[in-house]
Design a protein around this ligand. Structure first.
Ligand SMILES: *[C@@H]1O[C@H](CO)[C@@H](O)[C@H](O)[C@H]1NC(C)=O
Ligand SMILES: *[C@@H]1O[C@H](CO)[C@@H](O)[C@H](O)[C@H]1NC(C)=O
Ligand SMILES: *[C@@H]1O[C@H](CO)[C@@H](O)[C@H](O)[C@H]1NC(C)=O
Length: 387
């Protein structure tokens, strides 16, 4: 059945129907669930929806402020990327608000933001940090575009896809191949992982199997720190009844360590929606990392092994930014705990902590401070990932 469908499709446009759409962080089934739970005012979805609509980024009054070159990192032109990540957060929040209500005014406003950027942006520049921009904003825009492609009145899909394929993909590809001409272990795991998220997501938006496969193969076997056995490099068996996995960034600080867990979650979620099982890969390795990170950040001790790369030797786990609140945990808690039935003790506790900090639900960009780190993950997980 699958084979004949593929052959039929390939006779007309190769691979064009091999991908599920919408098929990045959210599927059509997810959107149906969210809309019906919101209509029935059922918690926790309804609390998640209230969190969404209270966010200033989720309003139709949001006006995009595009520029032709986005700069991130200290550089002679100055940095202007704040406007970019805030506009993307608005486009995503509005796209979700559309799917939660089926009210097209929100799709229209979301599309207007994407169209403003796709008709203006020519380049992403700056210091080495430009590769954080290509990764983080690449996967985020792709996720908005993947939702909006289902908005029948939208004429901007091709331009948005071209922006992703022509500006973001080449940068993300270059980064994972060449690492900005640094040693392969120089850049921390989150740099690879945001660019892997970007590549995977652009592959789906563009219906390009080779781009999609590039990201998946790197996750399995890549040379840099984003590959799964490097990002979560040390497994401890049966620590108080469960396995824990130490992260490549654990000796650096906890904010970046949590970002890595967040980006592993989004990567596995997008891959799952295209039929690739990364949550369960290597005996649920991402969960072992999530439990390690959640446990330590909740104030418990975890085992630690000295980490060494070409630049640093880190003999102790870092206390810096321990216990931070970011929209990371709902995705992992719901997938591993509710769907797969795994022990998610500390991931669940962290989910509850972030919900409580948000007044009952995980929020999105704008709910976690004004700095870029508060926008690194798209969030709204109570609304979108609860099952
Ligand atoms: C949004 O709505 C306005 C007014 O109906 C329309 O002119 C415009 O084309 C719409 N834009 C999108 C992107 O749907
Ligand atoms: C997929 O992307 C690659 C890399 O940019 C490109 O060479 C190839 O032509 C694309 N394939 C399709 C079917 O568009
Ligand atoms: C981290 O903080 C805890 C409690 O405040 C302290 O016991 C521990 O020594 C600190 N560890 C490091 C590596 O600073």
């Amino acid at each position: 059945m699958r084979l004949s469908f593929f052959l039929y499709a390939s006779a007309f446009s190769p691979l064009a129907t091999a991908f599920v759409h919408p098929g990045l962080l959210h599927t059509a089934e997810d959107f149906d669930r969210v809309a019906s739970k919101v209509a029935a005012q059922t918690n926790p979805w309804y609390a998640g929806y209230q969190k969404l609509i209270a966010n200033p980024h989720a309003q139709t009054s949001w006006i995009a402020s595009p520029v032709d070159v986005v700069y991130r990192g200290v550089n002679p032109h100055g940095q202007n990327y704040v406007r970019f990540y805030r506009d993307i957060a608005a486009a995503y929040a509005l796209a979700l608000r559309w799917k939660a209500t089926n009210d097209a005014q929100y799709a229209n406003s979301s599309a207007a933001i994407i169209d403003a950027w796709s008709s203006t942006l020519t380049q992403v520049g700056g210091s080495a940090d430009r590769f954080l921009a290509s990764g983080l904003y690449g996967y985020q825009i792709a996720n908005v575009v993947e939702v909006l492609r289902g908005y029948p009145a939208w004429t901007g899909f091709e331009a948005a896809k071209d922006m992703l394929v022509n500006i973001f993909y080449p940068m993300s590809h270059s980064f994972i191949m060449n690492h900005n001409d640094a040693r392969v272990d120089h850049y921390w795991a989150n740099w690879d992982l945001c660019n892997l998220n970007s590549i995977l997501a652009i592959g789906v938006v563009a219906d390009n199997q080779s781009i999609f496969n590039e990201a998946v193969h790197y996750f399995y076997n890549g040379a840099g720190n984003g590959a799964i056995t490097k990002a979560i490099w040390k497994i401890y068996q049966d620590i108080e009844g469960e396995d824990l996995g130490q992260l490549q960034e654990s000796g650096r600080d906890q904010g970046h360590t949590m970002l890595v867990i967040g980006l592993l979650g989004t990567f596995a979620q997008m891959a799952k929606n295209q039929g690739i099982g990364l949550f369960q890969y290597l005996d649920n390795r991402i969960l072992k990392g999530a439990e390690y990170v959640a446990k330590f950040n909740l104030g418990y001790d975890v085992p630690y092994t000295t980490y060494v790369n070409s630049d640093v030797t880190q003999g102790v786990i870092s206390n810096n930014s321990r216990g931070g609140i970011r929209p990371i945990w709902e995705l992992l808690y719901n997938r591993y705990g509710k769907v797969m039935g795994k022990n998610v003790k500390y991931t669940q506790l962290y989910t509850e902590k972030v919900r409580a900090a948000g007044g009952g639900a995980e929020g999105g960009g704008g709910d976690y401070g004004p700095n870029s780190g508060g926008y690194d993950l798209l969030g709204y997980g109570t609304l979108m990932y609860s099952v």
